[in-house]
Design a protein around this ligand. Structure first.
Ligand SMILES: O=P(O)(O)O[C@H]1[C@H](O)[C@@H](O)[C@H](O)[C@H](O)[C@@H]1O
Ligand SMILES: [Mg+2]
Ligand SMILES: [Mg+2]
Length: 290
């Protein structure tokens, strides 16, 4: 296909992703009122429900019917053992319920996140806030939007004038908690206006894109938490990078996002790292042969 044909095709894919995310959000809104069967994954606080699995199946089957040649990375498919790696093929990167702990507690900060990559480059992102029915979208080179209104990140460079968001991740061992709380302490001692933990990495990252938050950082999230939000933040004029200050590594389980590079660079200097196994940890052989 020509680049113009590709451009039109990815636009059509994003429009279909929006319809699919809205359908998934409707299922989640209905399920949140019902009794939930809750189990755990990597730790006692890494929760999953039947709804996570059903919604992921709905999303992937709907997309696969329409785009049978595409590849799929899903949070719950990965938890069930499917390998998590990008190839040059068009690939959907899906978090069916971001904020599962919130969903279990009926705390209304829950999103469906659908990212899309081609030739290992993020092309578009769709994040749908299921309870507010707020839709965040962005396509590379075409801007970022919230319910159709264009988004612009904060221009704040000074951490002492910043509202910063983060998430805890799934590990709760003493060493992890010491580093997590130490990182927050460093930023609070730098007189950040506040630090917020809302229980959904994707919705927190969307607040960086809207300019309501000046920065976000986390160790322990996944590629499906980052993919869609990275496009939305970049298209809103923000930066998304590795916690080392280098380029974003989608599979690394860590991220810093900010409205300005100055804010991001300051946070890089403050953070002590928490290590998590990469999302693509068991695919070294495949990734070199694909
Ligand atoms: O599992 P879901 O999809 O709910 O994603 C959340 C992670 O579980 C948390 O560890 C992580 O800290 C973030 O809250 C992230 O949104
Ligand atoms: Mg999830
Ligand atoms: Mg998630």
């Amino acid at each position: 296909m020509t680049s113009a044909e590709n451009n039109r095709h990815w636009e059509e894919c994003m429009e279909f992703a929006v319809q699919t995310a809205r359908r998934a959000g409707q299922v989640i809104r209905e399920a949140v009122k019902l009794d939930k069967c809750v189990t755990t994954k990597s730790s006692a606080v890494d929760l999953v429900t039947e709804t996570d699995q059903q919604v992921e199946e709905l999303i992937i089957s709907t997309l696969r019917d329409r785009y049978p040649s595409h590849r799929f990375i899903g949070e719950e498919s990965s938890a069930a053992g499917e390998r998590c790696f990008l190839t040059d093929s068009p690939t959907w990167i899906i978090d069916p319920i971001d904020g599962t702990c919130n969903f279990v507690h009926s705390f209304p900060m829950v999103a469906v996140s659908i990212g899309f990559a081609v030739k290992k480059e993020l092309e578009f992102g769709v994040i749908y806030h299921c309870f507010e029915e707020t839709l965040y979208t962005a396509r590379k080179g075409h801007g970022a939007f919230c319910n159709g209104l264009r988004l612009q990140v904060s221009k704040e460079k000074d951490v002492s004038k910043a509202l910063i968001l983060t998430e805890i991740g799934a590990k709760r061992d003493p060493e992890t908690l010491k580093i997590f709380l130490g990182n927050m302490e460093k930023l609070l001692k730098a007189h950040a206006h506040g630090i917020r933990v809302i229980g959904s990495a994707t919705l927190a990252l969307c607040q960086v894109a809207t300019g309501a938050a000046d920065a976000y950082y986390q160790f322990g999230l996944h590629c499906w938490d980052i993919a869609a939000a990275a496009v939305i933040i970049r298209e809103a004029g923000g930066v998304v990078m590795d916690t080392s200050g280098g380029p974003l590594d989608l599979m690394s389980r860590r991220v810093i996002a900010a409205g300005t590079p100055e804010m991001a660079d300051y946070i890089v200097q403050q953070l002590h790292s928490i290590s998590y196994e990469r999302d693509d940890h068991d695919t070294d052989c495949i990734s070199t042969s694909c």
